[in-house]
Design a protein around this ligand. Sequence first.
Ligand SMILES: *Cc1c(COP(=O)(O)O)cnc(C)c1O
Length: 388
Amino acid sequence: MADRKLHPRTRSVHHGIRRSQYGEMAEALFLTQGFAYDTAEQAEARFQKVGSDEFIYARYGNPTSRMFEDRMASLEGTEDAFATASGMAAVNGALMSMVAPGDRVVASRQLFGSCLYVLDVLKKFGVDVVLVDGTDLDQWRTAVTPGTKACFFETVSNPTLEVMDITGIAGIAHAAGALVVADNVFATPVFSRAVEQGADVVVYSTTKHVDGGGRALGGVICGTRDFVRNVAEPYLKHTGGAISPFNAWIMLNGLTTMDLRVRAMADSALAVAQALQGAGLPVIYPGLPSHPQHQLAMRQMGSGGTMVAFDLGSQEAAFAMLNRLELVSISNNLGDAKSIATHPATTTHQRLSEADRATLGIGPGLVRLSVGLEHEDDLIADLLGALA
Ligand SMILES: *Cc1c(COP(=O)(O)O)cnc(C)c1O
């Protein structure tokens, strides 16, 4: 209980550590898929009741993975967490494990392409999926019927940075008995208070800000112990979605510096957004007063985050600018220490039709920028230079 009073930055350095008999300071990498038993009886007992400290196979759990899960649960303020092979394994695991044919899932249509794909898979198995404009509470109210199983959305949408009202959506969901499942990647675990604001299940791609160096894939599902261990875990452990212990070890190390990194990146993102707006560009950044959900973003996250988007009007103009960048890389990850520029229409969202992209505000001139850890003056000089 005393631990709960520690600041998140302290928890992200200390929590979840399990030391072996050697008393090692750093988080140990238990690169083992199996665990030996003293006797056949012990093996039998372990299989009958897998307690939280009793490991039997890395697809079910591993000490390094469990350190990462415990640290994420502590940060997020949930009872438990299950770490997955990627962010998409977390989204798929959270949703697929909780639904049955005939259930309704209401989701924001402002979603990352792979999240939309998972919803299509649910439809194929008889789940009634209804898409709404996630920023319009009236649409949620109409779509969420009694017996709706889940409401799913990205708290800040990829790539157009629309901000969803977690408390508002949770009120509607909970009145109908539905669970709120929030993909919180763009909000980051640093600025998020999604559970406090009403989310029941929070999923992350830890590939992004948690790793922070663009090295490894990972994901996590945070929620109540009952949901994590009795709903999500059985599905994930039998279908092979668990994180590799090596990747969990990378994520643990990422967490120790995440708070500092993400705050520095968000400070630079605000400076970059202001500079681009000052240069006359239509800039989308939740930290700017011109953003339609600026007040909500500040209330929910206290920051505009690390992502900035801007529209150059045409693909030709966007490509010309991207090709002139010297410091910022053209790539499609985000949350990396290195700043990254992405052209969503031709890469991350190319699977969608032009009409669907237009509905989501992903025009041919849209550029998404993940602001990294470089000095903000160097980033602004590179971006303005590429625009000239
Ligand atoms: C990247 C991302 C995912 C998927 O994560 P992976 O680790 O690449 O599987 C899901 N949701 C959002 C919002 C993302 O940005």
